[in-house]
Design a binder for this molecule. Structure first.
Ligand SMILES: [Zn+2]
Length: 171
């Protein structure tokens, strides 16, 4: 038997289309070419990517428009507090982070009210989200709640987690 260390964080990046212009409006790709290009990322692989973020090219102009970024120290503090919150919650169960919580535990022992998960349930029914994707979405919702200092996720956290998964955000 071979045992691989497999706790890792995967970060992927791709261009939005084959021509990848500095300004979106300059794209010369046919819709079919864009679809083909993005289609090269397999569904099962993308299904495991929890946070899909569309980055805008930074131009000389927009660099000045961007508000003063938060200091790293501030962000680090917020993330630290969120991780502590999660660690305290799961302490009695042997997990430290939201990503370690098994799907069945998320859905049964720590199930959220139907009003909170309504949007996710509908997406699951429609087939817009896989069962695996739904579990991953719940973990992100818990993390968003932890970052907000909330006791548990609300409908907004679930909606935001879903938005992060939305493939259109990356298309
Ligand atoms: Zn293009």
């Amino acid at each position: 038997m071979v045992c691989y260390p497999a706790r890792f964080q995967l970060v992927l990046a791709s261009n939005p289309c084959p021509c990848a212009p500095p300004r979106e409006t300059d794209c010369v790709c046919a819709p079919s070419a864009r679809r083909r290009y993005l289609g090269r990322l397999s569904g099962p692989l993308l299904d495991r990517v929890d946070l899909r973020v569309r980055m805008r090219p930074i131009t000389a102009m927009s660099a000045h428009e961007v508000a003063e970024p938060e200091p790293t120290e501030t962000v680090r503090g917020r993330v630290h507090r969120a991780r502590e919150r999660a660690a305290r919650r799961w302490a009695g169960h042997g997990w430290r982070t939201n990503s370690e919580v098994p799907g069945p535990a998320l859905r049964r022992d720590f199930a959220l009210p139907g009003t909170v998960t309504a949007l996710l349930d509908r997406s699951l029914d429609r087939g817009a989200v896989t069962a695996r994707g739904a579990d991953r979405c719940l973990r992100i919702a818990w993390t968003l709640a932890d970052l907000a200092g909330a006791e548990r996720p609300d409908a907004d956290h679930v909606a935001t987690a879903l938005e992060f998964r939305d493939r259109r955000a990356a298309a």
